[in-house]
Design a protein around this ligand. Structure first.
Ligand SMILES: Nc1ncnc2c1ncn2[C@@H]1O[C@H](COP(=O)(O)OP(=O)(O)OP(=O)(O)O)[C@@H](O)[C@H]1O
Ligand SMILES: [Mg+2]
Length: 375
């Protein structure tokens, strides 16, 4: 799958931009704050219908404007194979105060979730180490998004779980407001719905890790070429305990705290290096390598499942990696492990030097104050 062209209107610091891409390597070069990462984020929007960085869609509308549009033309088959190479237009747009609209060949999706997983992309960015440093919510979001891209049924489970959970938490709140006077039967009905969905989510996460962890470990070893052994494990109360019973045990506490305190929405993924927490034990470069290995494993799994290579978005390629690790990462680019690649850097000469072994077509773009020119 290839992104042939990108059109932006009032997206972040861009008024308007029109770009045509190389099917292989695309470099965005520009000073700090010029808008390079914003271009990768626009591609992220086309893939996952949301920003990788801004939690609220409205933050992606250019300051002082009313709406944004991100439009991309994808080609599903490899270029050159004219037999049935289909072109598809994806557009994500948002008008302030309204619902985001995602269209495929001008047809709006009935549900935006139907788009997820069809145009996969993997982003490697300096913010990835937040995954290690921040709380469990970041890690759950990461793995939930990844498993959802692989398995639409999982996404449906999550949507359903979150819906029931919201109802349950509203009821707990109501119970507190009414000082205990609440419909306990309704709580039990909600729990009956929550339990099977929650158990399936936990089982799917466990199943996913069985496949994912060995691939992740192989990528770490290849990238780091060092002795430390990395692993990651899933931390949940559910596999050992009965979810339905746990909900009963916690019922008093849930009523007091006005929220549901057990379930897959409280689980965590534990990142380890030589059996110690990567968060406190790993150096900055080791942490960075850890998350890059996660992303490379993500790429491999998505590519195998979709039988097409995801777009690879490499933000600030030299951030915190030593020369050896940069060389190994770029070797993967040169070896055609990846398909279409978008990368950003501040210096043209350093980027050219790093890509010197790559014989494929490289397109370079100069980014300056929210405008972008092909070089
Ligand atoms: N909604 C918005 N409206 C206007 N400007 C915005 C909006 N959102 C982000 N920006 C601006 O876009 C600019 C460019 O951001 P971006 O992260 O793309 O820069 P960059 O080229 O990747 O820089 P660096 O090299 O520092 O990573 C920032 O100065 C930011 O303030
Ligand atoms: Mg940037």
């Amino acid at each position: 799958m290839i992104l042939e062209s990108l059109h932006l209107l009032f997206f972040k610091n861009y008024n308007e931009a029109n770009l045509r891409f190389s099917p292989r390597i695309n470099c965005f070069i520009g000073d700090n704050g010029s808008g390079k990462t914003n271009l990768l984020d626009a591609v992220h929007y086309l893939s996952l219908t949301k920003s990788a960085f801004s939690p609220l869609d409205a933050q992606s509308i250019k300051q002082g404007e009313e709406f944004f549009v991100v439009k991309g033309r994808f080609q599903q088959d490899a270029p050159g194979s004219d037999a049935g190479a289909s072109k598809e237009m994806i557009q994500v747009s948002l008008r302030a105060g309204q619902k985001k609209v995602v269209t495929h060949d001008k047809q709006a999706y009935e549900r935006v979730s139907d788009h997820i997983g069809r145009y996969p992309a993997v982003l490697i960015s300096p913010y990835d180490t937040d995954l290690i440093r921040q709380g469990s919510e970041e890690r759950r979001k990461y793995f939930d998004s990844l498993i959802s891209q692989l398995d639409h049924a999982y996404l449906e489970l999550l949507i359903s779980y979150n819906h029931i959970l919201r109802q349950r938490n509203s009821l707990l709140k109501l119970a507190a407001e009414r000082q205990g006077g609440y419909d306990r039967d309704y709580l039990l009905v909600l729990d009956e719905q929550l339990v099977p969905v929650g158990e399936k989510i936990v089982a799917a996460r466990q199943q996913f890790l069985l496949e994912f962890v060995p691939i992740f470990q192989r990528h770490y070893q290849q990238l780091a070429d060092s002795r430390e052994v990395v692993t990651l494990s899933y931390k949940s109360q559910l596999p050992e305990a009965d979810f339905a019973k746990l909900l009963r045990v916690q019922e008093r506490k849930d009523l007091t705290l006005q929220r549901t305190t057990v379930g897959p929405h409280k689980d965590d993924f534990v990142f380890l290096m030589d059996d110690l927490a990567v968060k406190s034990y790993g150096s900055q470069g080791q942490q960075k390598s850890y998350v890059i290995a996660l992303k490379l494993a993500q790429f491999e799994i998505l590519a195998a499942r979709n039988q097409q290579k995801p777009l690879l978005l490499l933000d600030d390629i030299f951030d915190r990696l030593d020369e050896k690790r940069i060389t190994r990462l770029l070797q993967l680019v040169a070896d055609h492990t990846f398909g279409q690649v978008f990368l950003t850097h501040t210096h043209l000469d350093r980027t050219d030097l790093a890509l010197a072994n790559i014989t494929d077509q490289i397109s370079r773009f100069r980014v300056e104050h929210g405008s972008v020119q092909a070089l």
